[in-house]
Design a protein around this ligand. Structure first.
Ligand code: ADP
Length: 185
């Protein structure tokens, strides 16, 4: 059975987690891997429906996502979590209870995320219409020791994805591309 693993994308809202998850899914699927994405926004409408944004509810949401990721990975699949996951301790808890956990810090300065305001949420958070918004009125604790950091304010999407793919190959989670193997033969 293929090696299952979890790619955990953490970062501010608008940093690029969902965009990277979509692109990674495409690349890894083309490489024959079976990929499932757990996107925070989607999970909150199903698995975590009813949970709010208190620390306790956010932690519960992350533990649920981690639990499903581990199920997928145990069956040889690739689970990609795209969730703000602002609290370090609970991310580390998921890491400890998930086989082959690969943490990606999707790093992007707050002012760039605010400029992007992909979902129009920062404007509402800054005006006070939305409370407990990560980066504005709620904490975000960056990973101290992520497996890789991608800087979406300075890298193109293609570069961020290529760097993650190379790191997965280096880790042995993803077999090297056929062209690369052929070149070695
Ligand atoms: P999140 O899922 O983290 O809330 P989104 O993926 O919804 O963020 O939005 C990120 C935005 O940033 C998108 O509009 C995307 O096109 C843009 N972007 C620019 N550069 C990058 C990059 N290198 N990686 C990912 N997204 C990027």
């Amino acid at each position: 059975m293929a090696t299952g693993y979890t790619i955990w994308l953490t970062g501010l809202s608008g940093a690029g987690k969902s965009t990277i998850a979509t692109e990674l899914t495409q690349v890894l699927s083309e490489r024959g891997q079976r990929v499932e994405v757990l996107d925070g926004d989607v999970v909150r409408t199903h698995l975590s429906k009813g949970l709010g944004f208190s620390k306790e509810d956010r932690d519960t949401n992350i533990l649920r996502i981690g639990w499903v990721c581990d199920l997928v990975a145990r069956h040889g699949g690739v689970a990609i979590a795209a969730a703000i996951s602002p609290y370090r301790a609970v991310r580390d808890q998921v890491r400890a209870s998930t086989q082959n956990f690969f943490e990606v810090f999707v790093d992007c300065p707050l002012d760039v995320c605010i400029d992007r305001d992909v979902k129009g949420l920062y404007a509402k958070a800054l005006s006070g219409e939305i409370k407990q918004f990560t980066g504005v009125s709620d904490p975000y604790e960056p990973p101290l020791n992520p497996d890789i950091v991608v800087n979406t304010a300075t890298e193109t999407l293609a570069t961020s994805v290529a760097r993650i793919v190379a790191a997965l190959e280096a880790r042995g989670y993803l077999p090297a591309a056929r062209e690369a193997v052929a070149a070695l033969a």
